[in-house]
Design a protein. Structure first.
Length: 263
């Protein structure tokens, strides 16, 4: 497959995978998200075979692979596939979701897409394709950015179309043939700092470019002591998710759902 932007339906920066690959392993954000996702998989009894749709450089697929799941990374960008293989992801497929559905319709027992759907203009069509991909009763897990009150220039520069709430996601999933079995917000302690750093300055007309250096600073990449402290402060969220408790607010949504009907 070529790398021309016009071939993708996903709004994502051209250098997104390259920039992220340099910091994912030392980012408190990726580390905490992965811990929460693995806890959710265990708590919700996901099957061993799992598709990571749009999984980028494989940082999440690696965490799941290390937890004992047989993960296949499905990623449209060649850079992401190459980086994932460097990480040791055993099964990869360079493909858009639309193309992958054509060859694997109705076969997948489980799939996930993590901070992917906000990059897709027609999220309803995306969920319809996910439905077509899954076997009857198949499970999905997803994460997306939460709350339009946190919308900022950062979202625009990252290629986001929207931020979500749990009720909105639940409604979208119901229309796409899914029943939500668990839902929560997470990254609760990041909400206020994000609003102060991203939203408040824009109210005074101050907008910042989302440079690689800014991204590294926000993820505490290169600041291990601060990153470890943040992970400790957020560690209670992983325990809450392990027990399938709902966290009332945060900067991200996490939802687990089951396919209940074909479309």
């Amino acid at each position: 497959m070529g790398n021309s932007r016009e071939n993708w339906i996903v709004s994502y920066p051209d250098d997104g995978n390259s920039v992220c690959f340099d910091m994912e392993d030392i980012s408190f954000w990726y580390q905490h998200r992965n811990e929460c996702l693995v806890e959710a998989m265990k708590a919700c009894q996901f099957p061993k075979d799992f598709l990571d749709i749009g999984g980028g450089n494989g940082i999440t697929a690696l965490a799941m692979q290390n937890a004992g799941y047989d993960v296949t990374l499905v990623e449209p960008y060649a850079t992401g596939i190459e980086n994932a293989r460097k990480r040791g992801i055993r099964s990869t497929m360079q493909s858009t979701l639309e193309d992958y559905v054509k060859q694997a319709s109705g076969e997948a027992p489980a799939a996930g897409f993590f901070d992917v759907m906000e990059h897709i203009e027609d999220d309803a069509a995306f969920l319809k394709n996910i439905n077509l991909l899954l076997a009857p009763g198949g499970q999905i897990m997803l994460t997306v950015p939460a709350f339009s009150s946190l919308w900022s220039e950062n979202d625009v520069q990252l290629g986001h179309y929207r931020r979500y709430t749990l009720p909105r996601l639940t409604g979208l999933l119901a229309k796409a043939g899914f029943e939500v079995t668990y839902r929560t917000y997470f990254f609760s302690l990041v909400w206020a700092p994000m609003w102060l750093a991203r939203v408040l300055p824009e109210k005074f007309g101050i907008k910042k470019n989302n440079t690689p250096e800014k991204k590294r600073n926000e993820h505490m990449a290169g600041r291990p002591a601060t990153a470890n402290l943040l992970r400790k402060l957020l560690s209670w969220e992983a325990k809450a998710i392990r027990n399938k408790r709902r966290i009332p607010f945060g900067t991200s949504c996490l939802i687990v759902a089951r396919k209940t009907k074909d479309l």
